[in-house]
Ligand binder design. Structure first.
Ligand code: FE2
Length: 467
């Protein structure tokens, strides 16, 4: 169990997490002494010449085609992967026996709101369970926001995620309030955590760009302050026309400030909410597709097939990224339905089958929209498997890709993945392949960021007392 400060509390049969991050989010670790009781050590049977800072021994490296199906050693030095081979002769200053389990690129959180994370019940609970009551409650909660409040909760949430293998995060920051506190707080967090987690920030106008005159200036100011991505919420603008106008404005701002785009798009069950087509048209006309993400697009699940198939055809003319948030979509959508009750999730399986880049996000960790969530990407993938009916073996593996390599593509992360010369960002999971990682919701036994071991988790063990 991990408390809200990101610290381990060993209760019951929960895994034990040990991380080396102090309360400010700085990496206080001087490898290798995380916890002497479970500290990896040098294997004396190996050549005593120490060549590497760290060697992972005999794991299954995910995404390394050259060694598919083989066990390999991974050598790390100077923060980079410097060798991958069936057996590395020389030793590392630290050695981790992987014992046939998987060495994976880290998880990528494509969509989260760190400014509202860990506020559920404040100042009141969302009794209807709807997106719109959540927006109202957040409107009340943000009246009492302070920089410290935002930073403390964001860092706690990032530690929760890092301990579970997440090393790249895209967070939205609400830029609808006049002081831009959420963005300023998250910009400070971005700098504080940069040695162990990469945080990308979206200037997200939660209340709409055209709902108040001041909001047009606030989103632009957020980009000048350093937000990486332009956000939007066209389906929540006051009129259809304002929604179209907002998408056009977002593309213009992205070009002007050289930013990526990530729009909360059609997050509603209304089959007439059709701002995705506006995004697609803008992407086709500008050629910016690979820099553009459409988040949620839940109405896509409600479109009639004639319209949806036409739109799928248009999508083949661009390469925009899709981000689904299955935990939240299945919770918030379908609330006005009686029966049959819609799932409220975009067409993940069909988009994947067509070759579109789809990634997955948590969206919320214990906030006005969702009282649950621990930041686990494997929980997100497991929900995608269920709600998108992707239960075939290759489909489950695809869901794993949606929380790793596809997310990296969405975030435009350079040098992601396992390969010689790449930054040593990797995780060891308590699983033998991608399928079992989701099946077991494996723990991240070792989390290595930029060549340093930042977190260890010991899988839970049950001790039966049966005679
Ligand atoms: Fe969101």
């Amino acid at each position: 169990m991990i408390d809200l400060d990101g610290n381990a509390t060993n209760s019951g049969s929960n895994p034990v997490v040990n991380n080396s991050l102090d309360n400010s989010g700085n990496n206080a670790l001087d490898c290798p002494n995380i916890n002497p009781s479970i500290n990896p050590s040098i294997n004396p049977s190996i050549n005593p010449d120490i060549t590497y800072d760290l060697v992972l021994r005999q794991g299954r490296a995910i995404g390394v085609a050259e060694f598919a199906g083989q066990l390999v050693d991974v050598g790390i030095a100077g923060g980079k992967i410097v060798a991958i081979a069936p057996q590395l002769a020389n030793a590392g200053a630290m050695e981790i026996p992987v014992e046939g389990q998987i060495i994976s690129p880290p998880f990528v959180e494509s969509h989260i709101h760190l400014d509202s994370a860990l506020t559920s019940g404040e100042p009141r609970w969302n009794e209807s369970g709807t997106l719109f009551e959540g927006i109202e409650i957040w409107g009340e909660r943000k009246q009492s926001l302070t920089l410290e409040d935002i930073k403390d909760r964001a860092i706690a949430a990032l530690k929760l995620q890092a301990s579970q293998g997440v090393l790249f995060v895209r967070s939205h920051a609400d830029v609808s309030e006049p002081q831009l506190l959420a963005l300023q707080g998250l910009l400070e967090v971005q700098a504080a955590v940069k040695d162990w987690i990469t945080l990308q920030l979206v200037a997200f106008p939660q209340d709409g760009i055209y709902s108040k005159p001041a909001n047009r200036e606030l989103i632009e100011e957020a980009l000048r302050l350093g937000a990486d991505v332009v956000g939007g919420i066209p389906h929540y603008e006051l009129t259809r026309e304002n929604g179209v106008q907002s998408v056009q404005r977002i593309f213009a701002l992205a070009e002007q400030y050289d930013k990526l785009i990530d729009i909360h798009c059609d997050e509603i069950d209304d089959d007439q909410s059709r701002f995705l087509e506006v995004m697609v048209a803008q992407a086709i006309r500008t050629g910016m597709g690979s820099r553009v993400s459409a988040s949620h697009t839940t109405a896509f699940g409600s479109y009639n097939n004639a319209y949806a198939f036409k739109l799928m055809g248009f999508l083949q003319r661009t390469n925009i990224n899709f981000i689904a948030n299955p935990l939240i979509n299945i919770t918030l959508q379908g609330r006005t339905d009686t029966y049959p009750k819609r799932r409220g999730v975009t067409r993940v399986k069909e988009l994947w089958q067509q070759g579109q880049n789809v990634s997955l996000g948590n969206d919320c960790i214990q906030d006005p929209w969702y009282n649950f969530g621990t930041g686990s990407m494997l929980d997100v993938a497991l929900m995608a498997v269920h709600v998108c009916q992707m239960t075939g073996r290759k489909e489950v593996e695809a869901c794993y890709d949606m929380i790793t390599v596809n997310g990296a593509k969405t975030l435009s992360i350079a040098d992601y993945g396992l390969g010689v010369g790449k930054p040593a960002n990797l995780i060891v999971l308590d699983a033998i392949d991608r399928f079992t990682a989701i099946q077991k919701r494996s723990v991240a036994k070792y989390v290595i960021s930029q060549g340093k071991l930042i977190s260890q988790t010991t899988p839970a063990q049950a001790h039966f007392q049966l005679s």
